[in-house]
Design a protein around this ligand. Sequence first.
Ligand SMILES: Nc1ncnc2c1ncn2[C@@H]1O[C@H](COP(=O)(O)OP(=O)(O)OP(=O)(O)O)[C@@H](O)[C@H]1O
Ligand SMILES: [Mg+2]
Length: 271
Amino acid sequence: MLNGGPGRRLVRRRPASPPPDAALGGGEVLRVVDVTKWYGGVQALDRVSMSVDSGEVVALVGDNGAGKSTLVNVIAGIITPDEGELYVRGERLAIRSTDDAALHGIRTVHQEHTLADNLDVVENLFLGREMYRGVGPLRRVDFAAMQKRTWAALSDLGISTISDVRASVAMMSGGQRQTIAVARATLETYPIVLLDEPTAGLGVAECQRVMELVLRLKGQGTAIVIVSQNIEEIFEVADRIVVLHLGKVGAVFRRAETTPEAVLGAVMGMA
Ligand SMILES: Nc1ncnc2c1ncn2[C@@H]1O[C@H](COP(=O)(O)OP(=O)(O)OP(=O)(O)O)[C@@H](O)[C@H]1O
Ligand SMILES: [Mg+2]
């Protein structure tokens, strides 16, 4: 059981430890072992194991329904698996919530956009980690600073399709919303970033920017899991490619040692 039985170590709430941009050393950062998840009679994950090193990009690929989002959501603390273990830097964890995941330096961009419709772009970007100025009774949310950081993040990503960062995101296009969701993961340096189809719905130039961003995070030592349906994208950024087929790890490839045809074959269950 991932969440541990009696005597198992549970996640302790510490003030802000580790900080999101804790020193990013080399080596293995994330490991999942034998994760299994059933939805009623459907087995979404069947003893899935994988690992990601610091500065490594692992692409998670597979057909619709293969279990990719379920695995991402298990690591992100949204889904509790029926069985399996999760390790961050060798420490076994019981991640029960997205807050727990964040405490361990895990940041996720979900397939279903999780923006708050009633909030504007700045508020969505900084939701749960607002910037403040002043102390004591004079402490106030620093909108000016957050707005400045928002423009910087959007410009960093080369995003020119958002003209008003104080506008509610409810009226924005799928691509614009997706862009904001990706920008959220770039405000700080996180040791582990999970991206579930981050380029779905994006234009060609925006896709390219997201790929550049992934490579930049990799350069900073972030361990990255990216779900993608786009084989070109995968070959552009991934170091390793993990193929899920019907909830199982069907194959694992090193990008340098494989071909798109071999990966697509495994996706279709022919590996
Ligand atoms: N909340 C749920 N309740 C019931 N079944 C679910 C639920 N979420 C996922 N499933 C099932 O689990 C399996 C894996 O789904 P998952 O969303 O992980 O696939 P995926 O690989 O991300 O697919 P896609 O490429 O379509 O995003 C599917 O058979 C799906 O129908
Ligand atoms: Mg999915």
